[in-house]
Design a protein. Sequence first.
Length: 129
Amino acid sequence: MADVLIALLLLVGAFFGLVGSWGLVRLPQTMQRLHAPTKATTLGVGGVLLASMVYFGWVRGEWSIHELLITLFLFLTAPVSAFMLARAWLHRERGRRRATLPRPGASGVDWGVYQPPPEESGNGVEARR
């Protein structure tokens, strides 16, 4: 029974790792590529670590908390690092378009959310995004 559970956890971990890696390579935009490794790959590594916990606990009889601590640390730090990367990207994008974007704190401007530049008047062409 333990072997079946270990194999299942490894397959689930491998599937999520594959999906996260595929998303990192294939998704077109920076913010989309950030989503794949922080969500899917985190679940993939979590599945492999759970399989390791089951193996060492049930099969070898050596219970250890190391895998649980690694999993907890991973699940706590991945969203925070994704948030910080997203904020850095937003800051960089604002720097590139400083002339066309309103200043943070101006009426109707939310500083924490990327707002594309307004449409150009005159020829009807949207500003480059």
